[in-house]
Design a binder for this molecule. Structure first.
Ligand SMILES: Cc1cc2nc3c(=O)[nH]c(=O)nc-3n(C[C@H](O)[C@H](O)[C@H](O)COP(=O)(O)O)c2cc1C
Length: 212
């Protein structure tokens, strides 16, 4: 049985947490969940940051395969800013609503543009394996009922974390949330957000999301 370990408050500020907002709907359900988690963690002393994909200029992968030679994408846009933040952070939280049984277009573009990272890792073998120190969390909500779709959309997000050498540790999924703000009235969603916050502050064995 692993011993329970508690992160000291003085160590919180060393943990840089990046929230990647994948919904185009400002103030929508995934935003609300992420905001609740990040603002609480920030008040607790963690170093938090967020990026809203819809506000950035990130063009889709055009499959030119130029990255196969260099491990670098030839498109110069805000993707560099996102990759830099991912590199600097110890915890990366990606949040996307379910759109047509997939992630949002903004989130998918980010994932596809990570092809250069896949090349870097698996073709050019330049980067390290997934480290235990960088952790990834995926938050998703959907309007319809049922959890099976989340298993499906989790797969590209897992692959995304893998190419960035981030260990995927947790998926948090809420169904039956459709109108903007519905999530605020959903007790289960609020509980899931509180559990996630709690997970950063006290943890057992390897279950902590931000161990450095
Ligand atoms: C373009 C579009 C496609 C959607 N497709 C689905 C879907 O396939 N399954 C589902 O359960 N909900 C679907 N929804 C509903 C959203 O998942 C739901 O409204 C969610 O709460 C939006 O989250 P947000 O407020 O963070 O943007 C779709 C919504 C939009 C706008």
């Amino acid at each position: 049985m692993p011993k329970a370990r508690v992160l000291q408050h003085s160590q919180y500020s060393m943990i840089r947490i990046l929230g990647i907002l994948g919904s185009p709907r400002r103030g929508g359900n995934t935003d609300f969940f992420m905001e609740k988690v990040l603002s609480h963690l920030n008040k607790s002393g963690f170093n938090t940051n967020s990026l809203r994909l819809a506000d950035l200029d990130i063009r889709p992968c055009n499959a030119c395969n130029k990255c196969y030679k260099t491990g670098r994408c030839i498109i110069r846009d805000d993707i560099d800013k996102v990759f830099k933040e991912i590199k600097l952070s110890s915890v990366i939280i990606v949040a996307s609503p379910v759109f047509f049984l997939g992630v949002s277009a903004q989130t998918k573009i980010l994932i596809d543009r990570s092809q250069s990272k896949w090349v870097e890792k698996y073709i050019l073998k330049k980067t390290q394996q997934v480290t235990k120190t960088k952790k990834g969390i995926f938050i998703s909500v959907r309007g319809g009922k049922g959890m099976e779709v989340f298993k499906c959309i989790e797969k590209p997000v897992r692959a995304f974390f893998d190419v960035h050498n981030v260990k995927y540790v947790k998926g948090i999924f809420v169904d039956g949330i459709d109108e903007k703000g519905d999530i605020k009235k959903d007790k289960m969603a609020i509980k899931k957000a509180s559990n996630l916050i709690e997970g950063f502050i006290s943890f057992k064995g390897g279950s902590f999301y931000g161990t450095v």
